[in-house]
Design a protein around this ligand. Sequence first.
Ligand code: GDP
Ligand code: IMO
Ligand code: MG
Length: 437
Amino acid sequence: MPKAKKPQSTAVIGAQWGDEGKGKIVDRLAPEHDAVIRYNGGANAGHTIVVQGKRFSLHLVPSGILYPDKKAIIANGVVVDPDQLLKEIDNLEAQGIDTAGLILSDRAHIVTPYHKAEDARRETLLAREFNEQEATGGIGTTRRGIGPAYAEKAHRAAAIRVADLLRPAELKQLVSRAAQLASPEIREDPDIPSPEAICDRFIEIGEILRPRITDTSYLLHDLQRAGKRLLFEGGNATLLDVDHGTYPYVTSSNSSALGIPAGAGISPKAIHNILAICKAYCTRVGGGPFPTEIQDDLATTIRERGREFGTTTGRPRRIGWLDLVALRYAVMLNGVDSLCMTMLDVLSGIDPIKVCIAYEIDGNRTERFLPDARSLARAKPVLISLPGFTEDISAVRSLDDLPSNARHYLSYVEEHAGAPLSLAGVGPDREQTIEIH
Ligand code: GDP
Ligand code: IMO
Ligand code: MG
């Protein structure tokens, strides 16, 4: 039989509440692609890649950057904190990584110091009401200015885009308008640089970034026409999508696959393969309902074993059992072609392994996800137990070499999630991956 032709474009999407291991899988798939594209979110994302024990933490820079011959494209849908971007470029260069392939959309929006201050101001104000399970209080954001930057984009009048960094006169007007519209508390905060200082810094950064700035939508079309292979890297995840996630405990962009066409300026028809990443259990950072959350010591065990602390904020991640109701929803919403299950190694020694197959809400059973946070907060998980395994599987590289209970777990998930498994992760290193089909 001739080998099936590989799809020209693939999207790697988080199927849960983030931190599923997208960075590792993008890095793993990058060699067989020509460009890796971020299309949503900003420095709220934290993607970790481990190569022979060396860790790279990326926030804005696409996870294809470790390969010097690949383009790493930040497309129009991303909100860019210019200082953070420069810091990341400098860190990578200092680690010996050639960042020449990094390209930035002229239409990506800029996160300003006002946005970060506004994000923090709102979170602090609402923190008093904050309650992780109830749908009240603060969101528990990363305080990276994401919400205010996307809000500014929708407001339009004082929004700054990457191209504006190269137009000093217009930039000055926009920054002074942004300052005028900022809350008095922020405008008068001595820790916030003056509009003149912000403007000078943006012009300086614009000059540094100038050679990387282009219309990435045309670039992507040119690459497609030339038969090049594209890899889209989702920031955040499906259940954090502003339209389809557990609103209001979500981020401010379309962080499912549904955000790709708008965020990259390509047709929905140009995405040929959707690979969703899920952990062997669930985690969540920040507030919002989490039906399968584990409240006892087992959460601490899993957190420590899986190093479940935020890449962006260092916050301990909340831990829960795998939620198949939520996973089926993610499969449906994204049109998933296959799944990659990461962190299988972390479950070694945990017996039984529980999974959620349905919810009970007000005495009724449902197998449908409830993306409305206020409804989901009332859902009780229906959990079943599967037999665990005790072996260390971190050196396993083929499905046949996994303990039978680990294989059984994978096939149970495959059967109930509604999509085939194509990959499984057994450790953080790019090599610690099992190819399934
Ligand atoms: P992302 O935001 O989806 O890219 O994920 P993060 O990088 O924020 O978090 C995933 C964490 O798990 C990182 O520390 C990865 O190095 C690590 N990781 C990824 N896959 C695996 C796996 O299969 N097993 C283990 N033990 N760790 C993994
Ligand atoms: P990656 O790409 C985990 C969560 C935040 C918060 C909510 C809103 O690493 O998977 P925001 O700062 O976006 O306004 O925060 O969304 N959040 C993430 N959680 N991983 C992420 O990205 C996240 N991006 C946003 O914790 O609850
Ligand atoms: Mg992350």
